[in-house]
Design a protein around this ligand. Structure first.
Ligand code: HAM
Length: 423
């Protein structure tokens, strides 16, 4: 046998019936987000590298270590999108957004990061990425979190934990940076090599380091909300107050900063204790942001989140998944003889037009072999149109689930099938 061609580590082939669950998660997202006024956007999976470097921040882990960047034949530097926000902002800036206008969009599709593969950590993973662009108000931040919780509830995930914090504005962060530098400088020895360097280059990034020793120290670092300006504190209090009023419970995490540099004010992460997730327990993350884009002088502001679809699937208990079976073949049309070929195709088309999933025999094999195929496809019904039935203008019908057999006049077959399938 030829050697197996495995997909590249960190990437997967996704087959039915698993694909049906993906479709459900995507379709519920479309339904729920539409109720909040969001429309679907599809951006390219690769962009000019600059879109991500300027958008996400060149000191971030994603930009420094994880991007799939390549030169095309024209010598342009391109990158496979590692997340959805920067490309969405590029698309919106390209279309133009008037002062005071608001755009609400979501984007579903693959993202690429060169991370070490593990359960729930892929190199090609899939995000549902949602953005409300153009306005800055605590009401939108609270609504955005509410919509995310609404979506998760709709797909059957209610046992979740919301972590919430504020990173304030750029001025806040510039003012707070020396206080963080002073703290981490004092404990430099307990930091990893990357974080030691970050003390000078971007001290805020230390707060997002996943290294266990760094984490222990981060726990003791000054809590961010206490250091914010009065205006930023007020903004954050409004977000918390609105969530309280909506009955959405959350945990304040005063050191949550998130891994991307564009965030301003509110940041949040949804985690789950579901067994399947293990260490990769962040189902979704997001916040308010301000992004600089190539070619535009003014930064674009917005609020949004990204949901990791692989992680949703790991977190969803099998019982919470929708019953399988949709998309399966319902009817197999069997038959023998050259004359029956066109009849079989005709019958299959008639059933498909009525919404039935049909596979028709397209060779001229023995009926035994055709029944084997029907069994493999798990078809509920088999319709037989051999020469004998054709001459009698009838169809032999078999319900494979209980082996009941009927002979139906040809013009009543659709009714028989619908009744059996309860359509
Ligand atoms: P992020 O936290 O980098 O945020 O990613 C969002 C979610 O994508 C994570 O919570 C996780 O579920 C999933 N994810 C990230 N990396 C991987 C991976 N290697 N394998 C599997 N799943 C992964 C963003 O991407 C921001 N753009 C979210 C956002 C939108 N913020 C504002 N608007």
């Amino acid at each position: 046998m030829a050697a197996k061609m495995e997909p590249v580590p960190g990437t997967d082939d996704i087959w039915e019936p698993e694909v049906l669950e993906w479709q459900r998660l995507e379709n519920v997202a479309r339904q729920v987000f539409r109720r909040y006024g969001y429309g679907e956007l599809r951006t390219p999976v690769f962009e000019r590298t600059d879109v991500f470097v300027r958008g996400i921040g060149d000191e971030t882990e994603v930009v420094q270590k994880e991007m799939y960047t390549f030169e095309d034949r024209g010598g342009r530097s391109l990158t496979l999108r590692p997340e959805g926000t920067a490309g969405t902002m590029r698309a919106i800036a390209n279309q133009g957004i008037a002062q005071g206008e608001e755009k609400r969009v979501f984007c579903i599709g693959p993202m690429f990061r060169g991370e070490r593969p593990a359960a729930g950590r892929k190199r090609q993973f899939h995000q549902i990425s949602v953005e409300a662009v153009g306005k800055c108000t605590p009401v939108l931040d609270a609504e955005c979190i509410t919509m995310l919780v609404d979506y998760l509830g709709n797909i059957g995930l209610t046992d979740i934990n919301i972590q919430l914090n504020s990173r304030g504005t750029l001025e806040d962060r510039q003012r707070i940076a020396p206080q963080l530098q002073e703290f981490f400088q004092k404990h430099k020895k307990s930091l990893c090599d990357d974080c030691r360097r970050r003390i000078d280059t971007n001290v805020w990034r230390i707060l997002d380091c996943k290294n266990a020793e760094c984490q222990a120290l981060i726990e003791q670092s000054p809590p961010i909300p206490e250091l914010l300006s009065e205006a930023s504190k007020e903004y954050f209090d409004r977000v918390c107050g609105l969530l309280n009023a909506l009955g959405i419970s959350y945990n304040l995490n005063p050191r949550l900063v998130r891994g991307l540099d564009y965030y301003e004010h509110t940041v949040f992460e949804i985690t789950s204790e579901a067994e399947g997730l293990g260490a990769q327990n962040a189902l979704a993350g997001g916040g308010r942001y301000l992004i600089n884009l190539p070619g535009s002088k003014k930064p674009v502001q917005g609020v949004g989140f990204g949901i990791g679809m692989e992680r949703l699937l790991l977190a969803l208990h099998p019982e919470k998944r929708e019953p399988r079976g949709m998309g399966k073949v319902e009817v197999f049309v069997a038959g023998r003889g050259e004359k029956s070929q066109a009849e079989r195709m005709h019958l299959a088309q008639e059933l498909r037009e009525a919404g039935v999933a049909v596979v028709a025999e397209h060779e001229d094999r023995s009926l035994k072999a055709q029944f084997r195929t029907a069994n493999r496809l798990e078809a509920a019904l088999v319709l037989i149109q051999a020469e004998e039935e054709i001459s009698k203008q009838s169809v032999s019908c078999k319900d494979m689930r209980n082996s009941e057999q009927d002979e139906c006049p040809r013009d009543q077959v659709l009714g028989w099938v619908k009744k059996r399938l309860q359509k």
